[in-house]
Design a protein around this ligand. Sequence first.
Ligand SMILES: [Zn+2]
Length: 641
Amino acid sequence: MVDSGARGNKDQLKQLSGMRGLMADPSGRTIEIPILSNFREGLSVLEFFISTHGARKGSADTALRTSSAGYLTRRLVDVVQSVVITQPDCGTHEGVRAAILKSSDNFVVEKIEDFIFGRVLAKDVYEPGTGNILVNPETGKVYQRDTVILDDDAKFLSNYKKRVPVVEEKVLDLSDINIPEVYAELAEDVDLGTEVLPSESELNWEVIKKLRESRVKSVKVKLYPIVGSVVAEEVIWDKERKKQLAVEEEQIDVTVAKMLEENNIDSIVVRPEIYVRSPLTCEAEHGVCAKCYGLDLSNHKVVSVGESVGIVAAQSIGEPGTQLTMRTFHTGGIATTADITQGLPRVEELFEARKKTKDPEGIFSKVKGVVVDISQDEPKKIYVQDELGTIHEYVVPSRVRVNVTIGQKVLPGQSLTTGSLKVRKILEELGVEDTAMYLLREIKKVYVQQGVDIHDKHFELIIRQMLNKAEVIEPGDTDFLPGDLVPITILNKVNREIMEGNANIELNRKRVIGKVLAKHILIKNEEGQVVELAKEGEEITEELLEQLIKYNVKDILVINHDKEREVYQIMPKETVKYRRKLLRITQASLEYEGWLSAASFQQTQQVLTDAAIKGAVDYLKGLKENVIVGQLIPAGTGFEI
Ligand SMILES: [Zn+2]
């Protein structure tokens, strides 16, 4: 029965016929007296007593867990209920770089294969060393942008590795049309007569143009075919084996390539860089687009427009909540006494972006560099030297252990110690992308440790909602106020429009000459009084335009030749300055634009008074609002494009 997997497991069989073994007390610590009997023989009174502690804790946990898991689901649903697939393609070129997901304690959370499955490629995948687009030899599939990654593709792409030379010297014939697709530099100074191109200048189109114009027939170049690929599975040390030059999963840039060259490393094993579309980087104004979401996991076809993927994500994450533990485990070793928060409490900590975490706070590297020294005097300090030679000092908090060694190369965001990192600090120091990936790794880890497999895109949808607002710092020439929380898509759109408007100023200034003002223009003069600079119906002359520019009038309303009123921008406008914010899921739900949905979630009084003061309008965009007013929900067949 155990072999077939139908019921029972080895552990239970052991307890029935072997011995029950060591028991745990309510805090998870092992009780040192083992239970030698088994269930068939029966337990002695002492043995029975010992086993009751853990059992009682287990029953209590189960009872509490159902309600906490239920509440988590409710919050998750509320924060993403409005997310549906709104369009087939948002057209973004952004994506997430596929990598092995490793948590701060080096636990492999997910392999690349599982990370990329069911997604759409955001960029072409290049074969390392050649610059050609990668082709699957078995199926003939070309891995260019917009390719959907199915099971076979995920296997092929994640296992594709290649040994590539670090540097190649070559004499390049400039009359040849085929210019190398890989990163290349001039190997020696080239005298063009009018100027000298120094060696080590990048061989870009500008340089090639200059060379061809000066009728240079051929040049000596150095090709670096590894630039732009990723170190596969080895750590590369320098000549003296004192420091690491490149580590697994590192993107190779020109600096790294040159360092490898200096250390006489001929070739390394690399894999191609893979960028996939993700809900995290989708630029759709409402909801997400089908390409950034990828496959609908219920039928393995590209998701259809109108699918309510938000609810699916929230339920996929919430449902296994009952299977997670509520315990904080003791690591049990002698070296540390620190507890590790796992299960539901940890998930909650991350989704609610708690300022105070149960585990001690660890520190992370802010730069890519090599650990050059670790001072052992209290407080311990870790010194990291970046690629420019600057030394960065990190003070180790007293409750955590250092988990890097001297000579080790660290990447930005990598933990230098044990303990959990502060999400807000990552956002401040490293930006949105690293924050999102940290949250994804850590949340996913909790589920993986309990044997629950959930696709990343569900987590990404929630994280997208947590990170999609920004705080206005300087409103520039917009109607926002400092401190306003505005969706990032809207801020980007507003800023893009301002930039476009600014580009048209010269043209607009010419266009308005000879036209008639549709509205009078008021300005503040030097004494601070409001005066009328021009009357309605006045013709715009060169002199008037000069005056308008002098008094910094940015927009004017004029009557066009076809009697239409039109606004012309004649002075450059300032864009909005903002800071990205991380909202915990509860806050994100309450900050949601639709106040009906927010009011039906929590803090009804505050939400309603706030909405009343602002005179807020609910445009019934989400699902909840429409259920409340009794309309069809804007999803599935009720969704109108
Ligand atoms: Zn998109």
